[in-house]
Design a binder for this molecule. Structure first.
Ligand SMILES: Nc1ncnc2c1ncn2[C@@H]1O[C@H](COP(=O)(O)OP(=O)(O)OP(=O)(O)O)[C@@H](O)[C@H]1O
Length: 376
């Protein structure tokens, strides 16, 4: 692709339009973003199927979900790069996409950051950051760009081109470019997924600290539940173009709305059973089943950390079929009579029984969830 064409397409992706019209010298004032029953159809594909969501000023929300569930489309709708088929988007109570109005991306005061960083390859780092500040007087633009670069610790690389930078440095340039115009809203699409594991935790923490400092309302797309739990004030879990559940990390983890939401956050042992006299009967015991009817089929979801090993003769009889040392915990597979597959436990300490040995298996009821089978 020729540089000029490529620049134009990057500029479009960033919501700057071809000539980079955004830019403000004022402080970042966080905005409220509200989606009202937003639908997006691509031909026969329904990418968004009635999303309603309010992101409060200064809040950091993670959109979490499997590939293709509509996360990126929701960001594109917020930025104005995509128009909804139905429904509307409001910024601070003002309609920016809908039947009544359409505010173009460059006039929304929204910053964008992508997984691939979308840096202009033929421009220096400073020019990349200046690109979104073209409507400011030159001296103000330079001051804002330099401030943003120094905030991410990269002022010394201002004159370099993106290709000489490491992945982590490129990520920080993209962040500097996104925050330099002090947007009220920042939209980030998988901003950490191109970093290697070693760097990711540090850069993620630094980025969140910078976001808190700028105060911008931030929506981050991720498919990694742990990442969402680490950074989000609120997680919005999506499936097939809809919001399945939203709330703080602990609430979703402890009280998932359904089996799908539960599975997203934990690799459960799933054991089927039937409700008898108010509890699910399974080969590993009886578990309370509030809200389920007598005779109804149920799935008992046992977290790996719920499995505790005891001396043989105590609790449920089992036999270790595999044991792997993982550092902080041991991964243990234990066969129990009546189950097709061994239970998988993550055991911190306790009995040091090895492969082939008989054990007692204790299941912590606090780490068990029960769902009706037919409702999924
Ligand atoms: N421009 C397009 N034309 C046609 N279909 C599209 C287009 N963009 C997205 N889709 C479809 O819409 C659905 C939602 O896509 P979207 O990119 O929003 O999902 P996502 O959750 O962000 O996925 P990923 O995590 O893989 O990026 C998918 O089925 C996708 O194939």
């Amino acid at each position: 692709m020729k540089p000029s064409t490529r620049s134009a397409s990057i500029a479009d992706r960033l919501g700057f339009g071809r000539f980079g019209q955004r830019g403000t010298a004022g402080a970042s004032i966080p905005a409220q973003v509200a989606f009202e029953d937003v639908h997006v159809d691509y031909g026969v594909t329904r990418a968004l199927d009635g999303v309603s969501l309010v992101v409060e000023p200064g809040e950091l929300v993670c959109l979490l979900g499997h590939s293709g569930c509509g996360k990126t489309t929701l960001l594109r709708v917020a930025s104005g790069i995509e128009t909804p088929t139905a429904g509307r988007v409001m910024l601070d109570g003002r309609e920016v996409s809908g039947q009544a109005a359409f505010v173009p991306p460059e006039a929304r005061g929204i910053g964008l950051m992508f997984q691939d960083y979308a840096l202009f390859p033929h421009m220096t780092i400073l020019e990349n950051v200046l690109f979104g500040l073209k409507s400011l007087p030159k001296a103000d633009a330079l001051a804002s760009a330099t401030r943003a670069l120094s905030r991410v610790g990269l002022e010394r690389l201002s004159g370099e081109h993106p290709h000489v930078l490491s992945g982590g440095e490129q990520q920080r340039v993209a962040l500097a470019r996104a925050i330099a115009p002090r947007p009220g809203v920042l939209l980030m699409d998988e901003p950490f997924s191109n970093l290697d594991r070693r760097l990711r935790d540090t850069i993620r923490e630094e980025t969140v600290a910078i976001l808190r400092e700028t105060g911008a309302t931030t929506i981050v797309v991720t498919h990694d539940p742990e990442e969402a739990m680490r950074i989000a004030d609120r997680i919005v879990l999506m499936r097939a173009g809809r919001v399945v559940q939203e709330g703080p990390a602990e609430a979703i983890y402890r009280r998932p709305a359904d089996l799908f939401a539960a599975r997203f956050f934990c690799d459960f042992n799933e054991v089927e059973g039937v409700v008898r006299r108010g509890a699910v009967e399974t080969p590993i015991g009886r578990f309370p089943a509030p809200g389920l009817a007598e005779g109804e089929g149920a799935i008992v979801c046992v977290r790996p950390q719920a499995i505790r090993l005891r001396a043989p003769g105590f609790c449920l009889p089992g036999r270790i079929v595999a044991r792997r040392f993982l550092g902080e915990v041991d991964l243990v597979h234990v066969a129990v009579q009546g189950l097709d597959a061994p239970l998988q436990g993550r055991c911190r300490d306790g009995l040091r029984a090895g492969e082939g040995q008989d054990v007692g298996v204790d299941v912590d009821p606090a780490e068990v969830l029960v769902f009706a089978t037919h409702r999924h």
